[in-house]
Design a protein. Structure first.
Length: 57
């Protein structure tokens, strides 16, 4: 059955405006904690860089 296209005031893909989020938006939530763990490990090594060769006892 054929039908005529009706004129509309809104865009044809108006219903897709709600789905404009990034397809991989959950990646940022997984990268941030891993980055903080890496920064914490680096800070531990930087903070613990004292040479203990001349410390006796």
């Amino acid at each position: 059955m054929q039908s005529l296209q009706r004129r509309r005031r809104r865009a044809e893909n108006y219903r897709d405006l709600l789905a404009v989020g990034a397809p991989y938006r959950q990646v940022a939530g997984m990268v941030a904690p891993a980055f903080l763990l890496l920064v914490g490990a680096v800070m531990l090594f930087v903070d613990d860089d004292d040479a203990e060769i001349f410390k006796w006892g």
